[in-house]
Design a protein around this ligand. Structure first.
Ligand code: FES
Ligand SMILES: [Fe+2]
Length: 351
């Protein structure tokens, strides 16, 4: 296996609002998927490849809770079982298409493209910023022509901010404070830095309504929650009232080795009754996301297929730990594929 992304992981396949009773074609961890919302509301994910002659099921149609192939009309239920072959009385015994575990937690539909039995041992990361009524959020979807790890690398090292987006920092601030600490668990890496008290940047004072003249403390939290999600929180602490907090949720879904679908959301826990604050924040940060995407696409185009190695500096600590986690997950998948334990590994079912 030379892929760079684990398959035993929950990835965001789509937004809930995008999945309806029609057939949608998606790609997660290089697995082509057809997503469909059944009449009972449940979302199903099947491999988007008819087991008869390989026609994409997403190019067919639905008949109530069945997916009907557009080539010879074979019908599949939500579990992928072939329940009808129009040209004969009964379908061949055991015929079907692979189905994948789905977990819907609005606004996201998560899919597990790996070994089915292992999906039950874990749940998608909780993202309360997108569902808790104490927060307001907006988001966008981007298709990025770069490997998903380049996006994680970028988010886990904000020392590019003074160079790339200086207007986002306190006026006159030349460098971000060093990281206070990096903590690591089996699947995640978290970093935190405390910024010295300083006047607010333009966007911070606009968003919060706080006075630009005073010196205020901020903390920055960055977190690789899993290979599928990067979280950033920026907390402005005025001292005499509750902290003002922005969160950026970046669901990073590898589609192929060199392409990624990014579900980007921005959330805040203040001025919820003022949608114009959310719109303006969205607009400011959307510009940043587009700059970030342009950078990682240039790196991808410049990599000539070489793995990223090179000069390392202390700001790379979190990113290197995230890559260690991914390498560990890939190693376990290889071992499990060799041992042939559990269900058929994902690779075996694919061409
Ligand atoms: S390819 Fe799907 S029914 Fe023949
Ligand atoms: Fe950036």
């Amino acid at each position: 296996v030379t892929r760079s992304f684990p398959r035993n992981c929950w990835y965001v396949a789509a937004r809930s609002e995008d999945v309806d009773s029609g057939l949608g074609r998606y790609r997660v961890a290089d697995v082509p998927l057809v997503l469909h919302r059944q009449p009972d509301g449940r979302v199903v994910a099947l491999e988007d490849r008819c087991p008869h002659r390989g026609y994409p099921l997403s190019a067919g149609h639905t008949d109530s809770d069945l997916i009907v192939c557009g080539y010879h009309g074979m019908c599949f239920d939500g579990d992928g079982t072939c329940v009808k072959v129009p040209s004969q009385a009964y379908p061949p015994y055991g015929a079907g298409v692979r189905s994948f575990p789905v977990a819907e937690q609005a606004p996201f539909v998560w899919v597990w493209p790996g070994e089915e039995g292992r999906a039950r041992l874990t749940v998608p990361p909780r993202l309360p910023w997108l569902s808790d009524p104490a927060w307001a959020s907006t988001g966008l979807v981007f298709d990025v022509a770069a490997n998903y790890l380049l996006l994680h690398d970028h988010y886990l090292d904000l020392t590019h901010v003074p160079a790339m987006h200086p207007e986002m920092l306190a006026p006159g601030l030349q460098q971000l404070a060093a990281i206070d600490h990096v903590t690591m668990s089996e699947m995640s890496v978290a970093l935190q830095r405390t910024l010295p008290p300083a006047p607010l940047a333009g966007w911070e004072s606009f968003a919060t309504g706080l006075d630009r003249r005073g010196d205020l403390a901020r903390t920055h939290h960055g977190e690789f929650l899993s290979p599928a999600v990067n979280l950033e929180r920026w907390v402005i602490d005025p001292g005499d009232e509750d902290p003002y907090e922005q969160a950026r949720i970046q669901a990073v879904t590898p589609t192929t080795e060199t392409t990624t679908r990014l579900h980007w959301f921005m959330a805040r826990n203040y001025h919820l009754e003022r949608p114009e604050v959310g719109q303006r924040l969205h607009h400011i940060f959307e510009t940043l996301v587009r700059q970030d995407i342009a950078v990682v696409e240039k790196i991808q185009a410049n990599s000539e297929g070489r793995p990223p190695d090179g000069v390392r500096v202390s700001a790379d600590t979190a990113m290197l730990k995230a890559r260690q986690i991914v390498a560990g997950m890939l190693g376990r998948e290889r071992a499990s594929a060799r041992a042939g334990d559990g269900r058929k590994p994902a690779d075996a079912a694919l061409p």
